[in-house]
Each structure stands twice: as C-alpha cells, then as structure tokens.
Design a protein around this ligand. Sequence first.
Ligand SMILES: [Mg+2]
Length: 303
Amino acid sequence: MKTAPGDKPTILIVDDVPSNIQVLAEALRAEYRVMVAGSGKMAFEIIARKGLPDLILLDVMMPGMDGYAVCRRLKENPLTQGVPVIFVTAKTDPEDEEQGLRLGAVDYIGKPFHLPIVLVRVRNHINLKLKSDLLETYAWLDALTNIPNRRRFDESFVIEWKRAQRTGLPLSLIVLDIDYFKPFNDHHGHGAGDICLCHVATTLAASVTRSGDLVARYGGEEFVALLPNTGEAGALQIAERLRGQIEALRMPHGYSPASAWVTVSAGLASTVPQADESPDRLFEKADQQLYGAKQAGRNRVCR
Ligand SMILES: [Mg+2]
C-alpha cells in the first residue's frame, strides 16, 4: 500500500503485552494510522487483510513466532521486504541488537524506552520511507509526459505475457507513433513538440481506462498500449478510438502531408501466447503493422 500525499502514514505495532501496545499506540495516533497485533501470526494476518504498513514496530520476545522470525519472514518476501522494521525490545545486549539489525531492521530501541525518542526515530524512518516510495513512483513514470515509461511497460509486458500463457486468454499490443513528428519539431520548435507529446500521452492514457490495461511512452514519439484479455477485434476498436481521439484534438500540424492536424499511426497484434513463445515476437508483429500503417498513408490502424 502506497500512502498518498495527505494520508496519514500507517504503523503496525506488534507486541504480546497489551499495555506496551497501548502506550505506543496512544502516542502515535495523533500523527499516524495505527494497526496493532498481539503476535507474529496476527501481524501477517493483518498485513494480508489491510495491506502493507509504512513502518512496523516489532517486539522480540513473543510466544510462538518471535520478533526475529517475523522480521526474517518479512525480509524474505519481495512483497513485504520494503517495509521498514524497528525492533522495540527488552533484549538489549549488543549481540541481540546486532542480530536484529543484521536481519534487516532499520533501528533497534531498548525497553524501557524514552517515548519522545521513539517518536523522533519513528518520524525519521517514516520520512525516509515516504521519500523512497516517491522515488519508486518516479522510476516508473516518463519524466516529460507523466504517464508510465518504457521500464514500466517492459515489466508489465512480461508479467501479462506469463499470465496469458497460464490462463490461455489473448493478449493484444498496440504500437502508436505520431505522424511526421520530426517536421513538427523542426518547424514548430521543440517546446511545441514537448507540448504535443504531453497532449498525445495524456489523451491516450485517459482513453484506456479498463483496469489491467496500460498505456506507456515507449520512447521519442512512440507509445504502446498493452491490453490483457483482449482479442484482435477488441484491440482494433481500442486502436481506432485512440487514433480518432488524437485526430479530434485538432492540434495544428503545418508540415504533415497526412493531415492538417497532429495524427497517429498504429500497428496492432494479438496472440494467445504459447509456452515456447517470447513476447518480443508480439512486439515485432505490432511494429511491422505500424510500419504498414505508415506506408499506407499514416493516420490509420493496421493489423
Ligand atoms: Mg514481548
């Protein structure tokens, strides 16, 4: 779970002694959303039910799974390993602290604790966590257009490809390219070129709204739409809609033999991926169709 700006960050307190939980929870509630668990097992149940917290305050000595075991399991799972863990424990030997930090905890606080120090440490680690979430978000976005970038597409393409191999459902890919973008840039200037890219990107992204679908900027003036559970007929409808919506923006293009407006050409390919196939082949097919659309006069969809 990513904490949206303005939302209170979420902290999970795990301790087998209710009075310990109470002291921490009361102090943290003003600034954070607080979830509590009386055991390691319960902590995983809460995470499964309510999503990932931004920080976990974790006791060590607990019946059943102890805090070290909880931390180990959190750090082993790619889905939970990014959640920072702070041990809060009466086990204060240097060896214990070393073990906790080696397991991947970001901090180690001894009991009895001085509450104001706990609060400051929590705040410091929450700030780092929110910054790292933000960086992760940026890593998947195209810096100019603010829609998903090629990295995000490459990752999703492989995931959806494997999913389609498992389910036997079709997967479609549309590759789109702005027509005569180089002359547009050369004559209208790069500033206008950037504005054009942003309008096209935003329009494409807003036009594909089914969950699971993904529109990304592939590079330069090239965009892709990845459409899981979609066969050729459905993908063709979507591609035609995208093409039509870009034309309907009526962005003047003074140097396009294809139209008075900015237009896009699109190539589409669909498949039910077989076990021995690689996603590159689908991309090549869509790209060939895009080439065909360019050859046939642009501002059109080829399949
Ligand atoms: Mg305990």
